[in-house]
Design a binder for this molecule. Structure first.
Ligand code: SAM
Length: 285
């Protein structure tokens, strides 16, 4: 693993699709070659590779370096909020800090016991919607996306996790197919990369759907629609939770009167705000 990490490090790769360093990336690739169940135990570190495994491991390292495919696309699987999810280029690689908030059942922003309906807007491969279903067992979840390939992957993940009864997946351009529907929580990791930033991203991002990243000139096209329309789809006392990543500064500047609550995460990441329905209706016309 150490020698693999050194090779990845020397190759000048970018780590930002579920790991943030060469060592964790090498571990993810190696565990997938060894087909070890998650979580990996300390005993796994004493294992030796059989010749066929060594060949597969070398090939995987080579492929990661030569193609710049994110590790999760090479292994076909990643973990999100404790759930194993199938991962391929039909949807973004799941990595949102929102996982931590979902594991906490959105506390302290809402009482989980009162949550009956959750909308995951821009669900991609379904990670947020499925994690909500797992961690909020009383709730019904709706996941929506404009991309059919992403929704296909979300349906596969829903089936594998046995969550078909409580998770509905709907094709929709933002809220357009959701007229009259209300939710206690609207959570979203929408696209938020501006045109200039998109051109400067490392090659790993080029393997992800452009639709999952790009959001107009300033990166805020999706966020604008969400802020404008979310209140209409929230129940009284309901909350809106949105990841905007490094466009946080721009969001603060564009909507100076909105009382965003910006969250902090123990496992890293940021750029996530919470607003209540009441705050939205007061401030957004
Ligand atoms: C940043 S990805 C997030 C995917 C997933 N929720 C996650 O956290 O990994 C954004 C998603 O928004 C979808 N999307 C882009 N434009 C949209 C639109 N106008 N309406 C609905 N979904 C859209 C993309 O297809 C993509 O799956």
């Amino acid at each position: 693993m150490r020698s693999g990490a050194r090779r990845l490090s020397r190759a000048g790769l970018f780590f930002g699709h579920g790991t943030d360093n060469a060592h964790d990336e090498a571990a993810a690739l190696l565990w997938s070659v060894l087909r070890l169940p998650w979580p990996v135990t300390a005993a796994a570190y004493r294992r030796r590779l059989r010749p066929a495994q060594r060949t597969a491991w070398e090939a995987l390292l080579e492929l990661r370096i030569a193609t710049r495919l994110p590790a999760a696309y090479l292994t076909g699987e990643t973990f999100f909020a404790g759930l194993p999810l199938r991962t391929d280029p039909r949807a973004l690689v799941p990595r949102s800090p929102l996982a931590e908030l979902i594991e906490r059942q959105f506390r302290p922003w809402i009482d989980p016991a009162r949550v009956r309906r959750v909308l995951d807007l821009c669900t991609g491969g379904g990670c947020i919607a499925l994690a909500c279903a797992h961690h909020l067992p009383l709730a019904r979840i709706e996941g929506t996306d404009i991309s059919r390939p992403a929704l296909e992957l979300a349906r596969e993940n829903r089936r594998r996790l046995g969550l078909s009864r409580r998770v509905r997946l709907t094709e929709s351009d933002h809220f357009s197919a959701l007229r009259g529907r209300e939710y206690d929580i609207i959570v979203s990791n929408p696209p938020y990369v501006g045109a200039r930033e998109l051109r400067s991203l490392p090659p790993e991002y080029g393997h992800e759907p452009r639709l999952a990243l790009a959001s107009g000139r300033d990166g805020l096209d999706s966020v604008r629609v969400i802020l404008q329309e979310a209140a209409r789809h929230l129940t009284p006392g309901g909350i809106l939770v949105v990841e905007v990543g490094n466009t946080e500064t721009l969001v603060r500047r564009r909507w100076p009167r909105l009382p965003f609550m910006w969250l902090e995460f123990e496992r890293g990441g940021g750029g996530v705000f919470v607003l209540t329905r009441e705050q939205l209706t007061t401030h957004v016309r």
